[in-house]
Design a protein around this ligand. Structure first.
Ligand SMILES: [Cu+2]
Length: 241
């Protein structure tokens, strides 16, 4: 009996083993909790990802909307720079030529060597040359021009004609004076129409000597191109025989 009981007990033990599966169903009780936690975490994660995606997209759009206006702003700045480059090139090209004030005689009639020596000066005070007319034989002429004024600059410019030609040459000299912003720059450029030869602007007491070749026999007007002097009557005539 006891054995049966024991045997019965054994089955009980076996039955007790049976509850083990029940106990096995116990861990499943824990699994649901873990599952809930896992599912919850997954849901939270998915919701978080969804929210991030939503806000991320909105932020991305916002960033793009900000970047787009920034690009249009940068584009307008580029064209001004492109226009500024040619604008800078033009001003640099224009003042380049007139920026220099001549210090040496110039003009198409300027020559080397020596010829008939003549001297022309200025009045000490008045805006006139000391000779209204000068004669010389045809050929090279070596001129010494002296500024005998006490306080005024003068120069000597020979033109290929009379006053009608001298006026244009004088105007060209005034343009140079404005370009150089200096009265001493009032010397016609070497390529001025009607110009034969021009001395640089001399300070009081200075003189300059140079040789030139007149076109031939005839009368040629010489003037001073210092601003206002030609208009005041500072001119003369060179007669080539
Ligand atoms: Cu003068």
């Amino acid at each position: 009996m006891s054995w049966r009981q024991s045997g019965s007990f054994r089955p009980k033990n076996s039955s007790s083993q049976a509850p083990r599966p029940n106990n096995g169903s116990g861990p499943p009780l824990l699994d649901p909790i873990l599952q809930i936690m896992i599912v919850t975490s997954l849901v939270v994660g998915l919701v978080g990802l969804g929210l991030m995606a939503a806000f991320g997209g909105s932020l991305g759009q916002g960033g793009q909307s900000v970047a787009q206006p920034a690009q249009p702003v940068a584009r307008p700045t580029a064209p001004p720079m492109a226009t500024a480059a040619p604008a800078a090139a033009n001003p640099t090209a224009a003042p380049a030529a007139p920026a220099t004030i001549p210090t040496e005689p110039l003009g198409p009639a300027l020559a080397t060597g020596s010829g008939t020596a003549i001297t022309i000066g200025t009045d000490a005070v008045q805006l006139i040359f000391d000779q209204a007319s000068v004669r010389a034989p045809n050929g090279l002429i070596t001129l010494t021009f002296r500024n005998l004024a006490t306080a005024v600059q003068h120069n000597w410019v020979l033109v290929n004609g009379d006053d009608s030609v001298a006026e244009g040459v004088n105007n060209a000299a005034q343009e140079q004076s404005r370009a150089t912003r200096n009265a001493a720059g009032a010397v016609p450029p070497a390529d001025t129409s009607g110009l034969l030869v021009a001395a640089p602007m001399l300070d009081p007491g200075q003189d300059v000597t140079f040789t030139f070749q007149p076109p031939g026999p005839g009368s040629y007007t010489f003037i001073c191109t210092f601003p206002g002097h030609y208009l005041a009557g500072m001119k003369g005539t060179l007669v080539i025989d």
